[in-house]
Ligand binder design. Sequence first.
Ligand code: HEC
Length: 115
Amino acid sequence: MNIERGRTKHKLCHMVMGIAATLFYIVPSFAKDGAAVYETVCRVCHGTGVMGAPKYGDKPGWKNRISKGVATLEKNAIIEGFEGEKGLMPAKGGRSSLSDEEVKAAVAYMIDAVK
Ligand code: HEC
């Protein structure tokens, strides 16, 4: 009896995990990807403000940039990079293997933090 119950629980557990795993892949995890890209690529500069990079979470530092429009920021972060008054933002943060979508997600992630 007890063994049987244990098995049922075990099966149920697998089912729940299966569903969770499926959801994880189906649901577009935009914010999550953005966070991951930020952590692995962008944080090096944007975490501490290296070379004049606007810091993550620094509202005044991002205000004027956001007023240019998100599309402009995405373009500057993706295509040719951006050379501003403070320094150089390399295209895709220097990681050319990133897809445009990944860079956009990271831009969104940083903008979300200063809204
Ligand atoms: C090697 C350092 C470095 C890395 C890595 C880096 N950035 Fe930057 N980023 C900068 C600097 C410096 C600036 C500011 C340039 C200026 O305004 O003078 C900047 C500016 C920006 C801006 C504002 C552009 C604008 O038009 O004002 C965005 C958006 C941005 N970075 C996104 C990203 C994203 C997304 C990543 C990761 C994929 C990333 N950056 C990785 C250095 C970096």
